[in-house]
Design a binder for this molecule. Sequence first.
Ligand code: FMN
Length: 390
Amino acid sequence: MPLRTASMGERIAMYGENAFKIGFFGANCSSARTATLVPERWLATWPDCLALAKLADAAGIDFLLPIGRWKGYGGPSDFHGTTLETVTWACGLLAATERITIFGTVHAPLFHPLIAAKEFVTADHIGRGRFGLNIVAGWNEGEFEMFGISQREHDDRYEFAQEWIDVVKRAWSGEEDFDFDGRYFKLAGVRAKPQPYGGTRPLIMNAGSSATGRSFALRNCDAFFTSTGASRLAAAGTGADRPSLFVQTSKMVADAKAAAQQFGRDIDVFTQGQVICRPTQAEAEAYYRHANVENADWGAIERMLELKRITPQNTDADAFAAKRALQAESGIGGYPFVGTPDKVAEEFAALARAGVCGIAVSFVNYLQEAPYFCAEVLPRLARMGLRAMH
Ligand SMILES: Cc1cc2nc3c(=O)[nH]c(=O)nc-3n(C[C@H](O)[C@H](O)[C@H](O)COP(=O)(O)O)c2cc1C
C-alpha cells in the first residue's frame, strides 16, 4: 500500500475535497437510529457492517461514526440490544477499507486513558491516519451502573474528560517519561510509543449539548456534532413563522463558531439525521410513517424518555404524548430528511449554506437504502459544487 502523509489539514479534510462531508452514523448498533419493529430493521451484524464499510468506501462517503452503547433500551425490538464495541469495530473496518475515516466512540470514564491512547494509535496505524475519536463524557446512568461505576455530577464529568483527553494527547505526543499529576489521574514515568500515524494525531469530535459539554468540545475538538434542532423546529409548530431548517441551523452554527472563537479556535460544525430517500415524495413519506410511527417500538421510546426523566408520572398527558411522538418521528433525536433525491440534496445544501461542514446520516437498513442514496444524492451535491464528483 502506498505511504500517505497525514497532516492535520488532511485529516480534517478526511483526505478528500468534499466541502460538505457525509458519514454513516450508528451502524454498529441494532436498529441504529430508528426505534422500529419493521422486519428489515438493521441488525448490526459484522458481515453487514463490513459490507457497508466497503460500499461507503467505494462510493466516496467520508466517514463512519459508531454509537458508544453498552446496554440496550429493551422494548419488543430490544433497541440497541446488540452492539459492536466501537474501537475494535473501527480496527476491523479500517483494515478492510482504503480511504474512509472511521471513528471510535469512547466513554471516557470506562477506559484508562493510557490503554485508550494506545488502542487509538493502533487503530490509526491500521488505517494509515484514518482513525477518529468521538469522546462521550457519559449520560446514561444504567450503562455506568452495569460497570459498577457511578456517574459524576454533570460538570465533573467534563472536568474528568478534560484530564482524560489531556493524558491521551500527551501520550500521543511522543514525550518521554512524563508524569501527570491531576485530580483524577496521577501517573508516573509514562512512555507510549509509537505516536499516531504520520506524527500527527487523530481527529477528535464531541457532541456535548449542555453549556459545559459544548465548551469542552469547542476547547478540545476539531469537530463539534450537534442536532439540527428537529425538536426545536417541531416545538415551533407548523405556522408561517416557524423558522426554516436554514434559519434554525445558521443560528446554531453561528453560535457555536462564535463560542469557539472565545477559545481562539476554529471548529467544524457537523450534524446528524435520518434519511429516507425514494424516487417519489409520496413513497418516501409513506415509508417514513410506516417505519418511524406506525411500527415504532414504543416500549424502547418510553425507556429512552424515562432515562431523560420524562415519564407519564411527572409530565402532563399532552406533553408526554408530544415528546413520545417527537422521539419516534425524529429518528431518536435528529432531523428526518424524507423525500426524493432532489429534496434531500436541497436540504443538505441548505445546511451547507448555513455553515454546516457535514452530516452523519442513518437509514432503517443501510445496505438496502445507501446504494440509492449514494447513486442519486451524491451526484446532485457534486453538481451543486458541494462535493467532488466521485
Ligand atoms: C451526533 C451525536 C452523537 C452522540 N454519540 C453518543 C454515543 O455514541 N454514545 C453516548 O452515550 N452518547 C452520545 N451522544 C451524547 C452526547 O455525547 C452527550 O452526552 C449528550 O449530547 C448530552 O450532552 P451533555 O453531556 O453536554 O449534557 C451523542 C450526541 C450526538 C448529538
